[in-house]
Every structure is written in structure tokens, then in C-alpha cells.
Design a protein around this ligand. Structure first.
Ligand code: NAP
Length: 527
């Protein structure tokens, strides 16, 4: 049952004065539960508990962390229909999507459980001593990855499960050995509370220290700002707007002890359609992209918001086909009145720019909170000269840019802000004729897609979900897949440390049997 309380470690608490409700965008009504925003005292207590819990949790074995993560997955599944119904009532998203996202969330938790159970992820690196080395003897040095400390996670509005309370950031941080304090997203605080209850149950069942997890409610930026400035917090994970992510990044940088902020923010995900593909697959591509632009009402960070081609009759007919196809799609509900408000405002701002032509605009009546899809087009030169047209319009919106030639197309790509993805649509051997264009695209994005759509982010070890700023605040890391654990750790070396005092990962005997770099060679042998 949803109480509206915060979880301060294992305890439920609601001593604050500010309350709020979530909103059902399908019914255009507030949901019933009343949530109490976390007070300053509760924030301090959650951080103090996390700091204490870290002393124990950072030494917990991979086997025990795996049991904890698997238990969270089990407890989330046990929430069953209550979770699915709450998710739908707070997001306007359909039941199928809720179930799919729950599957992804549970899958991510189990993936990290497997990773820490196996154990080699710590990248143990050992250079044994060379006492006879001339002119100076060499010490025994052993390195591994160790957790940073308490992490604050800001859940995403557009992924109430997979990138929120027990989502990718939380699963990766717990796997690393970092206690987590979630700043619950105000649009889906009920979903967040249910998932938080599952994490707390799992922590108690598997004997994790009190404070390994807390969940704080808030509506407004105060709780998040206090957490970002709190000296006990050692890193931040964020998914959302550039404005929010950048504000937290700046706050964290201004602290006496600056801390890393891993923010995954906006992206327009450029798609380049080369001439032969445009000629041979025009209608199919238009249909595919009409679906991709409107998928999830365009509320994906990988939504294709920018399509680029070289001016031709084929590009003109693609624009016509895309418009015809997208208008056929039934509009759907957005997550929240604020999100649809932002969509309408940003779309109007884009449309009001000089020399922009609206080619598809769903103009039939739609229910409240439903988004009308829109496609616009503009000349390459106009796009190049107007940075407003480069900005993300979060929702079912895309702009097709008609470039004069390949040089202008390459120049546009080079001048784009950092992006999560870039897509190349090409036929046969066509791509090999555009090395400069491809090179420019690779330099601006975190993932290059060939003949596909950017929507759909597979959770697997080889995935990069990140990219140059502002796609993310640190392009060296991914927010999806097992390597996202590296955001929450730092390298640490022992020099000439007694074998019996080393962690198991670095002991001579290699008791965990993990893969280690021993004097330059990867092996799981003992020393
Ligand atoms: P948001 O406004 O960035 O908020 C995300 C979270 O960060 C919320 O919990 C919010 O708290 C907190 N926050 C925001 N600014 C903060 C600040 N200055 N200090 C401390 N905390 C702060 O994103 P959103 O609510 O998810 O959606 C708003 C817009 O973000 C959308 O319309 C869309 O344009 C964009 N968005 C983009 C993506 C993407 O993947 N590209 C994904 C989601 C959203 P409070 O709400 O409590 O203030």
C-alpha cells in the first residue's frame, strides 16, 4: 500500500510540512495518495545512515551483493499488479509498456548480480615485486576498483522503473558497493515508493546494513539541491533535462569537495539518409521513421529529432511520405501536463523560427494531455545559422534538413552538440563513399547505427549510452550495460601490502578465481 512516506534507511518517515500528489494524465486527475516531501533533518539522517552503511557495504562480498540484487528483483516482481497499475496511473503509459519496463528493470538487477558474483569486474591488476631490479628494486603493487561512497540517484520521468528507483543507476551503484539515496521523481512517487519498499525488504532479508538505501520524496528542486551539496554524498546519477542536469553538475563542482555528476540529458539523435537509400527505400523509410518519431509519444532520449539528407526529388518525396505516414498515427498521452506543456512551448518556439516549414501537423481534436505529432523542414543553410533549430523538442517532433550538398551536410554534423546516437541509412556500398561525413558523425555521438532507428537501447555489455556534452556530462562512461558500474568506482592501489591483509581480489591465492592482469598477462592463476 502506498503511504506517501519517505524511506530513511529501513524506517518510514514523514516529518516534513510540504505535501503533493501525483497526476494521472489519461484521466486528467490527481491520484489519491499524498506524498510528504523529505525535510532537511530527514535528508541529513539518510546521508548519515548511508555514510555509516558504506563502512560495511563496501566490504560486502560479491556473492552477498548478488543475493541482495536478486532479492530486489524478486521483491519487485512480487509487487505484481499494484506496481503495474500505479505505474500506469502515474505515467499515462500503457500496461504493456509497464510490464516491459519491469522486465528490463529486473533483468538489469540480475545482470549486475551475475557481474559481481563472478567478480572479475574489479579489474585486479598485479605487478609483483622485483627486489633485484637495478638501479632500484621494484615494489609489489596491486590495483583494483573500489566504490566511491554514497550515491544520489535522480530518477527519470520517462522511465519510472528502468531508470528510476531500482533502475540502471541504482543497480550499478549497489553492485559497486555504494549505498544509494534516491531523489524520487515527483511525477511517479507512488511507483517509486513501491519499488523502494521492495529494495528495503530485500536489504533486510539479505542482511544489508541499514542505510544502504533511502528514498526521498520531493516536488521542487530543494531536496535535490541539498543532496548535491551534502558533504556525505560522493557522486550523482541523473537522467532528465539539460537544465536540471547542468544545474546539479554546477552545484557539485562548486562544493568544497567537488564530486562527479553523471547526467544523461538531451539529444536529437541525427539520422543521415544517403541518396541511394532515399531513392530505393523511400516509402519504407518514411513509414519506419513515422513509427520511431511517435514511439512512446516521442518521450525517449533516443528519439530521432533530426533527419538530414541532400536536396533532391527523392528527399522531397520522403518528406511527403513521412508526413502522410505520421498523420495516420493516433496521437497518444504524454507523461504529465508539465511535459506536454514543455512540448507545446518548445515546438511553437521551433515553428516560429524564420524559414521553417511545417509539413505535417496532426490537427484533429485530441484528449487532454495527448500530443499532436509534427514534422517540419528547413534548408541546410538556415539550420546551420540558427542554433535554436538544433535544440531538442522532447516529444513526437522531428525536423528534416535539406542540405545543398555533402559538404554542407558534413559541416552541419560537425557543428551539432554532442548526441547519444547517430544513424546512417545507406544502400549497398554507398556508405564507403562518405568517409568524412561518417567521421564527423562518429565525433559527435556515443553510438552509430547503420540502417536502423535510434529508439530501442539494448541492455548489454557492448552498449554505449552516453556521448559528448550535452548528451552526457562525461562521455567516457555509459549509463547502460555492465560498464556503467565504472561511474561509481575509483582505482585504488596497495603497495607492498601484506598478503593476508589484502582484499580477496588481490591475494596471491586468488581465492575468488577471478581473471586478473598479472605482470601484464590476463590470467586466473594464483601467484
Ligand atoms: P527535469 O526537469 O530535468 O527533472 C529531473 C529530476 O531532477 C527531477 O527529480 C527534478 O526535481 C530534479 N531537478 C531538476 N532541476 C533541478 C535542480 N536545478 N536542482 C535539483 N534538482 C533538480 O526532467 P523531467 O522532470 O524528467 O522532465 C522535464 C523535461 O526534461 C522534459 O520536458 C524534457 O524536455 C526533458 N527530459 C529529457 C529526457 C531525455 O532523455 N532527453 C528525459 C527526461 C526529460 P523536481 O521535479 O522535484 O524539481
Amino acid at each position: 500500500m502506498i503511504t506517501g512516506n519517505n524511506y530513511i534507511g529501513n524506517k518510514q518517515s514523514a516529518i516534513g510540512e510540504k505535501t503533493y500528489k501525483t497526476f494521472n494524465p489519461q484521466l486528467n486527475l490527481e491520484n489519491k495518495p499524498i506524498f510528504t516531501e523529505a525535510s532537511k533533518e530527514e535528508i541529513d539522517e539518510a546521508v548519515a545512515l548511508a555514510t555509516n552503511a558504506f563502512k560495511i557495504f563496501r566490504t560486502v562480498s560479491g556473492e552477498k551483493k548478488a543475493s541482495f540484487l536478486n532479492a530486489i528483483a524478486d521483491e519487485i516482481l512480487a509487487l505484481d499488479d499494484e506496481l503495474i497499475q500505479t505505474y500506469c496511473s502515474e505515467s499515462g503509459l500503457p500496461e504493456g509498456r509497464a510490464k516491459g519496463e519491469r522486465g528490463r528493470t529486473v533483468g538489469q538487477l540480475r545482470m549486475f548480480a551475475d557481474l559481481v558474483l563472478e567478480g572479475s569486474w574489479v579489474e585486479a591488476t598485479i605487478d609483483t615485486a622485483q627486489p633485484e631490479r637495478e638501479p632500484l628494486p621494484k615494489s609489489d603493487i596491486r590495483k583494483m576498483l573500489v566504490p566511491l561512497g554514497p550515491v544520489v540517484v535522480f530518477g527519470a520521468s520517462n522511465f519510472p522503473l528502468a531508470y528510476s528507483t531500482a533502475g540502471g543507476d541504482t543497480a550499478a551503484a549497489l553492485a559497486a558497493g555504494c549505498p544509494v539515496i534516491v531523489k524520487s521523481h515527483p511525477m511517479h512517487s507512488g511507483t517509486g515508493e513501491l519499488v523502494a519498499s521492495a529494495i528495503i525488504k530485500a536489504a533486510q532479508k539479505t542482511g544489508m546494513p541499514n542505510g544502504v538505501f533511502s528514498n526521498l520524496n520531493s516536488r521542487g528542486i530543494e531536496v535535490g539541491s541539498q543532496l548535491a551539496k551534502h558533504p556525505g554524498v560522493k557522486a550523482i546519477g541523473f537522467t532528465g533535462s539539460i537544465k536540471g542536469g547542468r544545474a546539479l553538475y554546477d552545484l557539485a563542482a562548486q562544493r568544497e569537495e567537488p564530486i562527479p555528476v553523471f547526467a544523461e540529458m538531451g539529444s536529437v539523435n541525427p539520422v543521415v539518409i544517403l541518396p541511394s537509400a532515399l531513392k530505393n527505400r523511400n516509402a519504407v523509410l518514411a513509414k519506419t521513421y513515422a513509427s520511431s518519431i511517435t514511439l512512446g509519444t516521442g518521450q525517449f532520449c533516443t528519439n530521432p529529432g533530426l533527419i538530414l539528407g541532400i536536396k533532391s526529388d527523392d528527399l522531397s518525396s520522403f518528406i511527403k511520405n513521412l508526413s502522410d505516414e505520421i498523420i495516420k498515427i493516433e496521437p497518444s498521452c504524454m507523461l504529465h501536463p508539465n511535459i506536454i506543456g514543455a512540448y507545446e512551448k518548445n515546438k511553437q518556439n521551433a515553428i516560429s523560427q524564420a524559414e521553417l516549414q511545417v509539413v505535417a501537423d496532426y490537427d484533429l481534436d485530441v484528449p487532454t494531455n495527448y500530443a499532436r505529432q509534427t514534422v517540419t523542414t528547413v534548408k541546410g543553410k538556415t539550420f546551420l545559422e540558427n542554433p535554436t533549430l538544433h535544440q531538442e523538442v522532447f516529444g513526437p517532433y522531428s525536423i528534416v534538413v535539406q542540405c545543398e550538398n555533402e559538404a554542407q551536410l558534413t559541416s552541419i554534423i560537425s557543428k551539432l552538440e554532442g548526441q547519444l546516437t547517430g544513424t546512417l541509412i545507406a544502400d549497398g556500398n554507398e556508405a564507403s563513399q562518405y568517409p568524412e561525413l561518417i567521421s564527423a558523425l562518429r565525433n559527435r555521438v556515443g553510438r552509430l547505427i547503420y540502417n536502423g532507428v535510434p529508439t530501442g537501447v539494448e541492455v548489454c555489455a557492448s552498449m554505449t549510452h552516453g556521448g559528448p556534452y550535452p548528451a552526457s556530462t562525461d562521455s567516457r562512461f555509459t549509463a547502460v550495460g555492465i560498464h556503467s558500474i565504472k561511474r561509481w568506482v575509483r582505482p585504488f592501489s596497495y603497495q607492498d601490502w601484506p598478503n593476508n591483509l589484502l582484499p580477496n581480489e588481490l591475494k596471491n591465492e586468488n581465492p575468488l578465481g577471478i581473471l586478473r592482469n598479472l605482470n601484464g598477462k590476463l590470467t586466473n592463476q594464483s601467484i
